[in-house]
Design a protein around this ligand. Sequence first.
Ligand code: ADP
Ligand code: MG
Length: 276
Amino acid sequence: MSADVDLTRLSLLLNELRLPAIKQCWSRLAERSDKEGWPAIRLLMALAEHEIAERARRRIERHLAEAKLLAGKTLENFDFNAVPMLSKAQISALCAGDAWLRNGSNLILVGPPGTGKSHLSSAIGLSLIEQGWKVLFARTSELVQRLQVARRELALEAAIHRLERFDLVILDDFAYVTKDQAETSVLFELISARYERRSLLITANQPFGDWNKVFPDPAMTLAAVDRLVHHATILELNVESYRRRSALQNKRKGLGRPAHFATPKNVGVPREEADQ
Ligand code: ADP
Ligand code: MG
């Protein structure tokens, strides 16, 4: 079949056209096509589809590497029963992405420590990346630090502009930003720059009333909260800490063991709790 084709040149042409997937699979598909007598159009279609699928896979791989998500936190291993006020259907709808990310709307998760805010936000990020969106997960205080360095180097605008390529920036532990970090309030500039254009997902232990310490003055807090909540879905996770609950459950199980397990080693605080 390929007797009168210069294979080295074909390889160079595919490089030149940046078609690495076709380069890798054409000989296998061509052989099959010859054997099964495919019409030429079918072979061409199969090659094109292979290249497109590979590109999508590589793009998602790249986005995943860039996103800095928390390892191992998925929607599959998030126990929705532990947070009854959260609707799984609503989270699934948010994970579909389209509407809110296209509008630059925000998502705000508020609740006490240990209630799964970081887990859920990273899992939502993962789900969105799998559908082709670009996401960045950042601890707010670290991102603020990076932006402050940029401001000192007179490069804040460029740094905020670089974040534009992310459809969603997750600001984890928003209310942990300390007052001195916020003095020049790069955070406010980030919020203003993305307002109504690019989405933010914010997790916070305290509700908005306590965000005064995040911004230099009450007027700025008000302006920031106003922009954040204008187009936002706010989810409250008002449950007991998941960590604490599972530790207590283990403890209960531990105490319910048959007597012959109740050696001094096994009695009392279960390992998970003791590790905390
Ligand atoms: P928060 O960010 O609200 O302080 P985390 O997301 O860090 O809480 O959760 C603390 C730990 O408990 C993490 O290991 C997380 O995976 C786990 N966790 C919390 N909530 C759930 C849940 N509903 N299902 C499964 N694991 C959970
Ligand atoms: Mg957290």
